[in-house]
Design a protein around this ligand. Structure first.
Ligand code: WTA
Length: 570
């Protein structure tokens, strides 16, 4: 329960029930700036409009390199940097809606480049810096990326697959080690003009894309349009509840949707000062960051919360954390213990759970600042969002019944396309609903409770991994003949990746072999996407058509009933 008198600031969203009844998306459209003729540019809304107004000299970004060295940039400075980058793209002959990818650590270059590409009218996409060559290749190849901005260190991984990327014309390199066939970020930015007219886009033209994992196949390119900014703006205002003097910190990397939407677009559209922290997760450094920049609003993930909890309550006591006003979390179920722990260590500031997906483009369900929190619940849908629990036939289920979490299509930040794969896109929509792939239930007060995934997608430490990607990487190892991959529940990480493998004849199991296989996958895909556990099998459960049945691997692992086995080969 919240005592309104004790909230430091009045929440931006007041009177949820009433607002649900009368809210129209056209109201939210008035919160962002438009060009004549119904054109819009999300980049203009996140940077330009502030640089042209009273927030011109307000700090937009406090970038900490992870060692406590801070670079502060105002909206005006980001305006100029993003203009320069747009001019660099122009000089390279990049066309409207060309794909411009980023493979960079969090840095001022990444933030300004990403926004600059959007202002230019390109489709921007940041990639997670821990990706290995296979993950990089899948994304650049499928998207037909024309430009890649990377740095002298990360580029080595790109060169391992570069000859398989015929459409990649330009590599822009941040740093000193620039080869003659590459473009130097420093040199081009130094000579580029700081003046650029942001391109008015049709609201349905594409702004950014991010690859995400599903049950089957390679990662798919989820494409978002410029109009998304309407909902990125509104949800940041209503849910994260930013106020003019807030210092906001989103811990997600820009390679994930949370980093893009709530680490760039939403907060800056609201003119909010935000912190960007480089380097790796480290409890002490995180507390230090809150203390050093007097963070007031904090958006992070359950695994991070559990890792902080595991470090004990004495550590946070060593820091001055009283600046915090509100905390939020996303990506996986947030344990009630996490909510309560935060109340103890952050002086009565619980975590508010938020639910959404790469595909939804913004928070759709949440515990609102003005409402009581039900620990363990995702909260309630935003005004303008119709969410329900439905069965496979599209029948809306009763309160308390478990089923598919579904949303009525048509919200502004909904994905517009799965890149080059309309069939995949259409699979999401059935019976007039968008099927999220999650299962959930609703309680008598209208709060939504997460149950699980309806498919095989694995959430490990909040990051989304497809079993097929891991299986594909595994079977490229000479010792692996067959592989089946599942998520195994884990106290700290939510799930870990577990692989069941059949060895190639001639290989024998040993700790070294398993380690070698793990390293192999880690190098190919990413640091987070390798199996922490490997079990050697004589045989994998398969259908008669030869498909590995992950459901049975999961049942075996968790001691669940096997269910229908009539389609199995053996
Ligand atoms: C899961 C992240 C439980 C869910 C923004 C969803 C959650 C998937 C929550 C999307 C939550 C996200 N409680 N589960 N509050 N938020 N998820 O695309 O399974 O990386 O479908 O987007 O994360 O993951 P994605």
């Amino acid at each position: 329960m919240k005592d309104p008198a004790k909230l430091r600031l009045k929440p931006n969203l007041q009177g949820y029930a009433e607002l649900r009844k009368k809210f129209k998306w056209s109201d939210a459209e008035k919160m962002v700036d438009w060009f004549p003729g119904g054109k819009i540019n999300a980049g203009y809304n996140v940077i330009d409009r502030h640089a042209k107004g009273p927030r011109r000299n307000k700090i937009a970004l406090i970038y900490d390199d992870g060692e406590g060295n801070a670079t502060k940039l105002t909206f005006q400075q980001l305006f100029e940097m993003s203009n320069k980058f747009a001019n660099v793209l122009k000089k390279l002959g990049v066309k409207r809606q060309d794909r411009v990818f980023f493979f960079l650590q969090r840095s001022p270059e990444l933030y300004s480049g990403f926004v600059g590409a959007i202002k230019y009218g390109a489709i921007a996409s940041p990639m997670f810096p821990a990706f290995g060559p296979d993950a990089i290749k899948d994304r650049l190849l499928d998207s037909g990326a024309v430009v890649l901005v990377t740095d002298s260190v990360l580029k080595k991984r790109v060169y391992e697959v570069k000859d398989q990327l015929p459409e990649l014309k330009h590599m822009i390199i941040v740093g000193q080690d620039v080869a003659p066939n590459e473009v130097s970020w420093e040199k081009e930015m130094a000579s580029a003009s700081a003046m650029f007219e942001t391109v008015p886009m049709d609201p349905e033209e594409f702004m950014y894309m991010l690859y995400t994992s599903g049950t089957t196949g390679k990662p798919k390119g989820v494409v978002h349009a410029h109009k998304d900014i309407v909902e990125c703006h509104l949800s940041t205002y209503w849910v994260l509840d930013v106020h003019e003097d807030d210092v906001y910190w989103c811990t997600a990397d820009l390679g994930w949707v949370t980093g893009v939407v709530y680490g760039v677009l939403g907060p800056w559209s609201n003119g909010t000062t935000q912190v960007g922290l480089g380097g790796r997760f480290e409890p002490e450094r995180w507390y230090k960051t809150i203390q050093a920049y007097k963070v007031t609003v904090w958006y992070t993930a359950p695994t991070a919360v559990r890792m902080l909890m595991a470090k004990g309550d004495d550590l946070p006591k060593k820091f001055e954390l009283s600046s915090l006003r509100a905390n939020y979390s996303v990506g996986e179920p947030l344990n009630p213990e996490g909510v309560k722990w935060a109340m103890d260590v952050f002086d009565n500031k619980p975590f508010h759970d938020t639910w959404w997906q790469t595909e939804t483009g913004s928070i759709l369900i949440t515990n609102f600042p003005e409402m009581p929190i039900k620990p363990g619940s995702m909260g309630k849908p935003l005004p303008g969002i119709e969410a329900a629990i439905i069965d496979e036939a599209g029948k809306v289920l009763e309160q308390g019944e478990e089923g598919n979490l579904a949303i009525k299509p048509g919200w502004p930040s909904m994905m517009r396309q799965i890149w080059k794969n309309p069939a995949k896109y259409n699979e999401y929509f059935r019976n007039g609903w968008y099927y999220t792939g999650d299962t959930a239930q609703i309680d008598k007060d209208g709060y939504f409770w997460y149950v699980g995934r309806a498919d095989d997608v694995i959430k490990t430490a909040g990051e989304r991994v497809g079993p097929f990607e891991v299986e594909s990487a595994l079977i490229e190892h000479p010792a692996v003949a067959e592989a089946g991959v599942i998520g195994k529940p884990d106290q700290l990480r939510g799930n870990i990746i577990k692989a069941f493998i059949v060895l190639t004849p001639g290989y024998t199991d040993s700790p070294q072999l398993r380690e070698d296989i793990q390293k192999f996958v880690k190098n190919k895909l990413a640091g987070h996407a390798y199996p922490r556990e490997i079990e050697i099998m004589q045989k994998l459960p398969k259908t008669r058509s030869g498909k590995i049945v992950r459901r049975l691997l999961r049942a075996k692992e968790l001691g669940l009933p096997l269910g229908d086995t009539s389609t199995l080969e053996d």
